[in-house]
Structure formats: C-alpha cells, structure tokens
Ligand binder design. Structure first.
Ligand SMILES: *Cc1c(COP(=O)(O)O)cnc(C)c1O
Length: 390
C-alpha cells in the first residue's frame, strides 16, 4: 500500500476510537427523540445531559452554560448576531482582530452592513494582538470583544487571560473563537474571564457537524433558531444525539490525555520545524513558542503553495496552504498578510498540522519528501533564478 501521511489536523481530525464507540449505540437502537417521554426518548435525554456535563467540565464551565450547535461556525454566528441584536440599544461597536476565522470576519462584515461598527485590531509579526491595544480600543458604546484563542493558520495563541481581565474590568463582554484550542491546550473559562466561547467537535477528534457554545451564566443571548424547545428554546431542532455524545467523549478523552499529547505532539512539531528551517529561504510563520502544539506553518520563498500541496498529495501527504488558490480568492490568506508577509511570500505558504496519531516516521517522511519538491518548484521559478543570481 502506498504511504499516506495526514498533516492537516487543523482542517479536521480523524475521529478518535473512543468517540466513535460512544456514538454507535445512538446510531443504532438509541434512536429515541430526546423530547419524548417513553424509555428510549428518556435514554437519549440522559445521554445529552451527560454530554453537556462532560463538555462543561472540560472547559471549567457549569452544565447549564453549555449549548449544543451544528458547528463552530454556527456558534460564532450565534454569538455575534445574538449580542448585536440584544445590546444594540447600549451600543453598536465591536472589537476584533485582523486574523480571525472567516466565520467571525465575514459575519462581522455582514453586521457592519446592518449599521454596526467594527474595530479590527492589528497583530504583530507573530500574529499576536497586544492587550494594551485592546484596552485602548474600548469605547463607551463597545458591546463585544471577539478575539480568537489560537489561530488556525499559524498556530499563535493570544494573550487571552490579559484580554479577559481588561474586558471584565471595563464591563465589556468577551467572546473567544476557541475552535483550534479546545482539547489541545488547557482552558478554564472562569480563570480566563471568558463570557462566551465557541468550540467544534471535529477539531478535537470528534465528529464533523457538531459544536457548542459556552454562555456564561447571566449573559443573555437571544434564541438563534426558533422552533421547538430544544436547548432551552434557544437553538431549536431535534438534537444530533450521536454527534453530541461523540463530541463530549472526544473532548473528555482529549482533556484527560492533554498533558501527554501536548508533549508528544510539540516534540514532533519542533522536529518538523527544525527540519524545515534547514531548507534555504524558508521561515516559520506564527509565534516561535506561544503556539498550538500541532501547527507548523511556513513561508517558502519562490514557490507556489498550491503546487506544493498538489505535489505533496502525489507523495501521499495531506497538507494545506494559505496561497491564493487554496484560500479560494485572488488574494492570499488575510492572516499571512496581517503578519506582514508580502503577497509573494504568502503565496509560498504551507501548513503542516500534526496530531496524536502522527508518528516520528511520518515527520521523517515529510522532511524527506519536501526538499526535492521545493527544489523542483524553484527550478521552474524565474524569481528563484533572480534571487540566486543576485
Ligand atoms: C474550523 C474553525 C472554525 C469553524 O468550525 P466548523 O465547525 O468547521 O464550522 C471556526 N474557527 C476556527 C478558528 C476554526 O479553526
């Protein structure tokens, strides 16, 4: 069999056996509607209650503060649209950063069209926002600060505790899109003074198509999907019982083995980074230390990221790029441009994201495959020729 190395865990993860096993009964005989009063309905209801408890414990929340959704994207939409709707009488100003996921940035663009005003904060060359800059951006009419926990392209982890302090002190609600961080790095919503947090199952080895939103007790968020009484009437629709159970088990499992996984994956990532930096004209993107354990991201001069991804695919390696083609627009990734990369450098970006199932042999294989591919691509590049000649 030909070799396959999955190095795109930031895009999605393979479901953990624990999650899969926990889901199966709810895909088979456990098909009762959780709102039904008879036994199989009650069983499903109990499973949901248990899952809510598990998710809450994993992030230091209370059970009643967890709402299930259909994705991280949905959780983000709910928060932004809900807070704007509820607090527009108080003010119409929102603070965010230049490096948010499209689920945040595009939703905010939509809200701007509806009359809300958004301050988009810059980040430094490592992709980090300064808490002082956050503080200075707060106005009397600021109703929400939304800043991601960790970036999905470059892995940089934001100073969430400091931002939480500032938001709480100034009485502004603080939301974090923690989709990349939950299950990978320790998170305690109480300690970090987070009011609202989005998470998504498929980024921590749960199933795709299920997420959750943490809403701090006392924070009033209007209903997002109206209909039946599910999720206290806030997110109607018959619950995805199997998905929710799978998410909760995957998360509990991830938190239990976090310390061990963090060390293991970080070590692999650092080996990969060290190996990649041996190549000429390759630089690491994102913060050198304050970054997610699994994400190694690079700018490779004088190559087209898309071409590299296709050649890696031919070698059995799944990776991704923030180049224009990959990002589905004419412009390369907004994240890479925000950290000061030129369009040209951003075109040569590659993200290799590792997980618990990645082996050292996988990293060795990546490090063996990439150099000749980069060389081949550069041999075809007039830019590289100029650079070498210079
Ligand atoms: C993947 C991701 C999302 C979207 O989550 P889905 O469940 O895929 O909708 C949002 N934010 C970040 C940072 C992500 O990495």
């Amino acid at each position: 069999m030909s070799r396959f190395v999955y190095a795109d865990n930031a895009a999605t993860t393979k479901m953990s056996p624990v999650a899969r096993k926990a889901m199966l009964p709810w895909l088979e005989d456990g098909y009762g509607n959780p709102s039904a009063v008879y036994r199989i309905g009650r069983d499903a209801r109990r499973a949901l209650d248990g899952a809510r408890d598990q998710v809450a414990r994993a992030i230091g929340a209370k059970t009643e503060e967890i709402f299930f959704t259909g994705s991280g994207t949905e959780s983000n939409n709910w928060v932004l649209r809900g807070i704007c709707e509820r607090l527009q009488g108080k003010g119409k100003h929102i603070i965010t950063t230049m490096i948010e996921h499209h689920a945040i940035s595009r939703t905010l663009e939509d809200l701007e069209k509806q009359g809300f005003e958004v301050t988009v904060l810059p980040v430094d060359k490592y992709g980090m926002v300064s808490p002082h800059v956050v503080r200075a951006a707060i106005r009397p009419d600021t109703i929400l600060i939304t800043i991601m926990f960790a970036n999905n392209e470059i892995g940089t982890i934001q100073p969430i505790a400091a931002i939480g302090d500032i938001a709480r002190e100034r009485g502004v609600l603080f939301h974090t899109d923690a989709v990349q961080a939950v299950g990978h790095v320790p998170i305690d919503v109480e300690l970090l003074k987070i009011d609202l947090l989005s998470l998504s199952a498929h980024k921590f080895r749960g199933p795709r198509g299920v997420g959750a939103l943490y809403v701090k007790k006392g924070v009033k968020l209007p209903a997002f999907i109206t209909g039946g009484g599910q999720e206290k009437g806030h997110r109607a629709g018959t619950e995805n019982v199997a998905g929710i159970v799978g998410m909760a088990m995957a998360l509990e499992d991830a938190v239990q083995s976090m310390e061990q996984n963090l060390l293991y994956v970080t070590e692999l990532r650092d080996k990969l980074i060290a190996g990649m930096l041996q190549l000429p004209a390759v630089s690491l993107t994102g913060h050198p230390e304050i970054r997610l354990p699994g994400i190694a991201s690079f700018a490779i001069a004088c190559i087209e990221g898309e071409a590299l991804i296709l050649m890696l695919d031919a070698a059995g390696i799944a990776a991704s790029s923030g180049s224009a083609c990959s990002s589905g627009s004419l412009d390369p990734s907004h994240v890479l441009l925000s950290i000061g990369l030129t369009h040209e450098s951003a075109h040569g970006s590659v993200r290799l994201s590792l997980g618990e199932e990645t082996t050292e042999a996988d990293v060795d294989y990546i490090l063996e495959q990439i150099p000749p591919i980069v060389e081949k691509l550069r041999a075809m590049s007039p830019l590289w020729e100029e650079r070498v000649d210079a």
